[in-house]
Design a protein around this ligand. Structure first.
Ligand SMILES: [Cu+2]
Length: 155
């Protein structure tokens, strides 16, 4: 508790002395494309906004899956491959999209509770020390072509 007060006392004067509120960096439009197969990873997408200062995204965590990695899909000599990305720089007032065909999250082992709730929370680790908590909507695979679970066969 004492540490928390001390931190607040330290930060408050800084906030007050700034002229106008600088726009913070933030993340929105987060969603997960659930893999139809439990053994293959799902993918996650979102948009990082740099705010007035710009920011670096350094990692993503979640309690609702076994593992998350940042990846980028790249085409080289007609071949499409994925590479792991350690960090992403977002310019001041700019944005970086994690979108299908480009940068994305690779998510292994999303837990069943999150899937049935239809959303999961991620923690985004930012270079300025912020940890941004963001809820992502989980989109299930398209109904067409998806085998129906056995207990639904009677309906
Ligand atoms: Cu990937």
């Amino acid at each position: 508790m004492r540490a928390r007060f001390a931190l607040f006392a330290l930060l408050a004067p800084l906030g007050l002395s700034a002229c106008g509120d600088p726009a913070p960096s933030y993340i929105d439009q987060a969603w997960v494309r659930l893999s139809p197969n439990k053994d293959t990873p799902s993918s996650g997408y979102f948009v990082v906004h740099g705010g007035d200062a710009g920011v670096q995204l350094r990692g993503v965590l979640t309690d609702y899956a076994l593992k998350v990695e940042m990846h980028e899909t790249i085409s080289k000599d007609g071949m499409t491959t994925m590479e792991r990305v350690e960090s992403v720089d977002v310019p001041p007032k700019g944005q970086v999209d994690f979108a299908p065909g480009g940068k994305h999250l690779m998510i292994w082992g999303i837990n069943d509770t999150a899937i049935s709730r239809g959303k999961m929370q991620f923690t985004f680790l930012m270079g300025n020390g912020d940890r941004l908590l963001v809820d992502a909507v989980i989109r299930k695979p398209e109904a067409a072509g998806t085998p129906k679970p056995a207990d639904n066969a009677a309906h």
